[in-house]
Design a binder for this molecule. Sequence first.
Ligand code: NDP
Ligand code: GDR
Length: 363
Amino acid sequence: MTPEDSTTASYTFQTDRKVALLTGITGQDGSYLTEFLLAKGYEVHGIIRRSSSFNTGRLEHLYADPHTKPKMYLHYGDLTDSSCLVSIISRVKPTEVYNLAAQSHVKVSFDMAEYTGDVDALGTLRLLDAIRTCGMSDKVRFYQASTSELYGKVVETPQKESTPFYPRSPYGVAKLYSYWIVVNYREAYNMYACNGILFNHESPRRGRTFVTRKISRAVAEISLGQIPCVYLGNLDSRRDWGHARDYIEGMWLMLQQDNPDDYVLATNECHSVREFVEMAFDVVNVKITWEGKDEKEIGRDQDGNVRVRVDPAYYRPTEVDLLLGDSTKARKKLGWIPKCSFPELVREMVLSDIDSAKRRDQQ
Ligand code: NDP
Ligand code: GDR
């Protein structure tokens, strides 16, 4: 549920500085948003976690081009550590903050519920309070990565800003806290703070354990004879899948308005996991036919080989069956329109994974 836009105050921001601070810069959305903001002339600062393995792979190309000297700076930090957030904000003095960091995997949130709450709920509070502690609540525009997982159990379709929330996972519940703390800080402290309620968005940079990337990667490897088949969970769940590149532009647009507000970003079209599988195999000229039911279900190619099997290990204790968005408000008020179609998205992901699988093969 979205409250009435309560902000009647006017906002005056410095326009001569364009300094963005991103949490979650190493993730899918963070990398696309960094490219987008650098191209717009922003100085971009990102918070990264210390890791024993390399975690800046999605940003590497930004450093790799010798002709550009990107104004991109990385700082070690974590959403569970308030003091580092205060320290980074006081040094960077951002004009825009994008809170993209999260334990973002829904299935994992059932295994790590407390940690997910700490990062995805309290992390947002820590970041908002760090902005206030630094005396910057009237100098920063704040974006919160809210999610269609807030809708969870189907109450109404399509889902829009006024649809009641009913989250179905520790992830969704944690994000519900963040949604409301953003609304509360906007109303209580007059902060320019927005929730982008984004439906699923994917790309070749999507994490490998999310279903679309798992499928595109498996189809690539199957087509090259590297693996025989892919194991998946619920084939019947339906999602409103768009391209991440389109969605990050919507995030930025939300912070360029006269007043802060909450917006749904969605393609307004949904497909089942099964349809995604069929479309992905279509890219490599394989037709899948289905037989069996539930965990006995299999998908065969035209030569009779089993290419898809169901493994209940991937089922969730509570599932979100259907997400279908209505992004009319964003289209009207922000002029935002997603450009990439579902077939184009699937094709781009599969072709990119074929390239990567071939490169791995040659090494
Ligand atoms: P990713 O999982 O690709 O990226 C998550 C980012 O958060 C990574 O940079 C990760 O760092 C960082 N992170 C995780 N935990 C912490 C922590 N404790 N402190 C600091 N950073 C942390 O997610 P996406 O890019 O796909 O999504 C971006 C945001 O949008 C997330 O908040 C997600 O929940 C939300 N969202 C995503 C949607 C989607 O379809 N993609 C839809 C709606 C909302 P590291 O690289 O070190 O792991
Ligand atoms: P989701 O994305 O839960 O919607 O969250 P995910 O791709 O994980 O699941 C989508 C649907 O596919 C079903 N599914 C499987 N999922 C995974 N991961 N692996 C499988 O093998 C599999 N088989 C079937 C799932 O059950 C589910 O119904 C994503 C994340 O990016 C969140 O951070 C974000 O908030 C939401 O999208 C919007």
